[in-house]
Design a protein around this ligand. Structure first.
Ligand code: ZN
Ligand code: ZN
Length: 369
C-alpha cells in the first residue's frame, strides 16, 4: 500500500546528479521554444506591417497615421496580455489542504482502500470542498500530498497541483488556471483582432498583388505584405475557433478539463455544477468592474479554492439553503467544523449523510503513478 503513495525517484546506474541537472535545464530551455517562435512571428509581423506596408507602401500620410495608431494599440494590448499570461504568478495550494506528517503516516500504514478513504474523508471535514472523485472519494494528489481543492488538478508538466486548472499551454509555457485565465482570454481576443486588423488592411494590397499592379513597393517588400496576409489569415482561423470555444466555456463556467469530464459532486457528475448564470459566470473570470474587463489586470472573483455552486450541490454541503448563487452567497460558505459549532443538529445530519455510502466505491482514492 505504501508503495502506491510514495514517490521515489531512483536514478538509473551511471546517471549522476550532474546529468540530471543538465537534462533539467535543457528541458526548461526547450519549453520556451514555442514562446520564442510566437515572439519571432510578432517581431517579423511588426517589420512587415510597420516598415513595409505603412512606411514604404502607403502614400497617404493620414492613412499611415490611422493604421499605425490602431496597429500599435492592438499590439500593446496583445503583447501585454501575452506577457501577463506567461508570467502570471501561479500560487501554491494553501497549506490547509496539505496532509500533515501524522496523517500521511496513517495513510501509508492503512491496510485497505476503505481505511485510506476514511482518513482522507476525516481530514477533508475541515475543508470547503464539494467535489469528489468518480468513485465518490475525496480528491487526493499523492505527488503533492494534499487534498485537491475544488477544480484544482495536478499538472504533470508544472509538477504540482494548480487551482482551477484549465490546461497547460505550451504557447505560453504556463498553466492556464485561476490566476491567468482572464489574461489568457484577453490574449486570445487581442491576438484575434490583431490578425483580423492586419488582414483587413493588407487585403487591398494583396488583391493588387494578384492583379499585377502592386508596383510602388520594393519587390522583396511586397512579398512580406502578401505573406503577412496569409500568416494573419492562418492564425485568425485557429485563434477564432479557440477564442469562440473559450467564450462558450466562460459563459457556462467550465474549464477545458471539466468540458471533457464533468465535475463530480456528491449527487453525481454535473457539467453545469459551477454555472451561476452567464453574466455571473463572466464576472467570476473578469470581475465586477467593467472598466477593467478589457485590461490585463487581475480582477477575477474569489480565491481559486472555493467557488459558488448550484443550489442542489450547496444543499448537500451547506447547512442553509441559499437563494442567491453568486459570490454574495459565499459569505455563508463554512467548513464543517464551523457548522458543528453553529448548527449541531444540521451538521449531524450532514455527517450521517457523508458516512452513508450512497455511491458504491470501487477504486482506490490513492492514485498510483
Ligand atoms: Zn499535485
Ligand atoms: Zn502546467
Amino acid at each position: 500500500m505504501a508503495s502506491s503513495v510514495q514517490n521515489n525517484r531512483v536514478s538509473p546506474p551511471g546517471y549522476c546528479g550532474c546529468c540530471r541537472t543538465c537534462n533539467m535545464w535543457c528541458w526548461r530551455a526547450f519549453k520556451w521554444l514555442p514562446v520564442l517562435l510566437i515572439v519571432s512571428i510578432i517581431t517579423w509581423s511588426y517589420y512587415a506591417y510597420v516598415i513595409q506596408l505603412c512606411i514604404f507602401t502607403i502614400e497617404s500620410t493620414v492613412q499611415q497615421c490611422v493604421y499605425l495608431v490602431l496597429y500599435h494599440v492592438l499590439l500593446i494590448m496583445f503583447a501585454w496580455s501575452y506577457w501577463r499570461t506567461i508570467f502570471a504568478e501561479v500560487k501554491l495550494i494553501p497549506d490547509k489542504y496539505k496532509l500533515p506528517e501524522s496523517e500521511l503516516e496513517k495513510l501509508l500504514a492503512a491496510e485497505s482502500e476503505d481505511a485510506q478513504r476514511n482518513i482522507l474523508e476525516n481530514f477533508a471535514k475541515e475543508l470547503p470542498i464539494v467535489t469528489r472523485t468518480m468513485s465518490g472519494s475525496v480528491r487526493y494528489c499523492n505527488r503533492c500530498v494534499l487534498v485537491k481543492p475544488d477544480r484544482a488538478h495536478h499538472c504533470s508538466i508544472c509538477a504540482r497541483c494548480v487551482l482551477k486548472m484549465d490546461h497547460h499551454c505550451p504557447w505560453v509555457n504556463n498553466c492556464i488556471c485561476f490566476y491567468n485565465y482572464k489574461f489568457f482570454m484577453l490574449f486570445l481576443g487581442y491576438a484575434l483582432f490583431y490578425c483580423l486588423f492586419i488582414m483587413a488592411t493588407c487585403l487591398p494590397y494583396f488583391i493588387k498583388f494578384w492583379k499585377g499592379d502592386f508596383g510602388t513597393a520594393a519587390s522583396a517588400g511586397r512579398y512580406h505584405i502578401v505573406f503577412a496576409f496569409f500568416v494573419a489569415l492562418m492564425f485568425a482561423i485557429s485563434l477564432g475557433s479557440l477564442f469562440g470555444y473559450h467564450c462558450y466555456l466562460v459563459a457556462n463556467n467550465r474549464t477545458t478539463l471539466e468540458a471533457f469530464r464533468a465535475p463530480m459532486f456528491r449527487g453525481g457528475a454535473d457539467k453545469n455544477g459551477f454555472s451561476i448564470g452567464a453574466f455571473n459566470n463572466f464576472k467570476e473570470v473578469f470581475g465586477n468592474s467593467p472598466n477593467l474587463w478589457l485590461v490585463p489586470i487581475f480582477t477575477s472573483l474569489g480565491d481559486g479554492c472555493e467557488f459558488p455552486v448550484r443550489r442542489e450541490h450547496q444543499l448537500q454541503t451547506f447547512t442553509t439553503a441559499q437563494e442567491t448563487h453568486g459570490y454574495e452567497s459565499m459569505g455563508t460558505t463554512r467548513s464543517r467544523s464551523d457548522k458543528d459549532e453553529h448548527d449541531t443538529a444540521s451538521s449531524k445530519h450532514i455527517l450521517e449523510d457523508i458516512n452513508a455510502p450512497k455511491i458504491e466505491l470501487k477504486s482506490t482514492p490513492i492514485r498510483t503513478n
